[in-house]
Design a protein around this ligand. Structure first.
Ligand code: DAH
Length: 351
């Protein structure tokens, strides 16, 4: 072979190699290309070997040409590698791209039950007046639910509460355990545990053996209130509950107290507010009386104080109990207490 032949062959090989390289579309094809031209048995490698067959004068020129071709192919391979990597990256990015013009998925946020909202609103009002919030057991002893509240066994006042009893009797065969009919038993539990001053509100669930109707549920909530200290008078009761009425039903509210009977207070009262819908003129909400009853209250009975070891000659106090569902019904115009626990989202979503 002459140098001339060799140079031509190298030239042709290089051109073909570069064309094929441009056609390689992925890294695998590149590797095959590399083996085919630059590998140990590759076409160019063999050509380099054939330089040895040239005569001594021709060898330098042939060797130089073959080496230039090798360098050219090697650097072309590197460039092509970079190119392919860059396009692969671009394609990857294109695939991952987010289309931010798609509408988002709505997140369904839950909310607090209307009773919970009302309980919190009422408790917060009392907290702002210096009361603590406590909770107590829903399964209660007869002793706390009735006896410590001045309601002895066989006393007709027990008829005020339709009771769900737990199957459990004492040695005398008397039923001892029940689902609490009100939150008032916490009065005795709290006073047993602490010395005055006491200022506390107790929200919680209550249960009654009751046929349900628009104003009666067999389970419902109450918030009990209790304030005991030296020198507490009926004026404190009035002022505190008046403030509650104004904060919930509007600053222009009037309140009215009338005598009522609860065994654990003396005197006992019920409190009404002037009808916020008709402003006291008379409407269906207030049954044409102009007044709406919202809670029971009174001065803590001396027997209740004695029962927990407080001296009624030193300490006095007031107590009250109210139903948050009932307050919510008045405030929002809800006509049936059974809506609260029917789990109808159309109702619940309004609050
Ligand atoms: N516990 C009473 C009931 O369920 C409500 C009540 C009335 C609570 C007067 C009181 C109170 O603390 O002083 O009917």
């Amino acid at each position: 072979m002459t140098t001339q032949d060799l140079l031509q062959t190298i030239e042709a090989l290089t051109t073909r190699a570069l064309r094929e390289l441009q056609a390689a579309r992925d890294l695998e094809a590149l590797e095959a290309w590399r083996v085919s031209y630059l590998g140990r048995r590759g076409q160019l490698t063999q050509m380099l070997r054939s330089v040895g067959a040239l005569s001594a004068e021709e060898r330098p020129a042939g060797g130089a040409a073959a080496n230039r071709a090798k360098e050219a192919l090697e650097s072309a391979l590197e460039r092509r590698q970079e190119e392919l990597k860059a396009t692969a990256l671009e394609r990857g990015l294109a695939e991952e791209r987010l289309d931010v013009t798609l509408p988002g998925r709505t997140l369904n946020l839950g909310r607090l039950h209307p009773t919970t909202q009302m309980v919190r609103e009422i408790c917060n009002i009392f907290v702002s007046m210096g009361f603590q919030v406590m909770e107590g057991p829903e399964v209660e002893w007869d002793r706390y639910n009735f006896e410590m509240l001045n309601i002895p066994k066989e006393h007709p006042a027990r008829d005020m509460w339709d009771t769900l009893w737990i199957d459990r009797v004492d040695d005398l065969g008397e039923r001892t355990m029940l689902l609490r009919t009100h939150t008032s038993p916490m009065q005795a539990r709290i006073m047993e545990q602490t010395r005055p001053p006491v200022r506390v509100v107790v929200p919680g669930k209550c249960y009654r053996y009751e046929a349900t109707d628009a104003t009666h549920e067999w389970h419902f909530h109450q918030i009990e209130g209790l304030a005991v200290d030296e020198g507490i008078t009926f004026a404190d009761l009035k002022g505190t509950l008046y403030e509650l009425a104004r904060r919930i039903f509007g600053a222009e509210r009037k309140v009215r107290f009338r005598v009522d009977y609860f065994p654990f207070v003396e005197p006992g009262v019920d409190m009404s507010i002037d009808c916020f819908r008709c402003k006291g003129q008379g409407c269906s909400l207030c049954k044409n009386t102009g007044w709406i009853e919202i809670l029971g209250a009174g001065m803590v009975h001396p027997k209740v104080l004695e029962g927990v070891g407080y001296d009624p000659n030193v300490y006095t106090g007031f107590a009250f109990g109210l139903g948050p569902e009932r307050i919510a019904m008045l405030k929002y115009g809800i006509d049936d207490i059974r809506h609260f626990y029917a789990n109808d989202l159309r109702f619940l979503r309004q609050f």
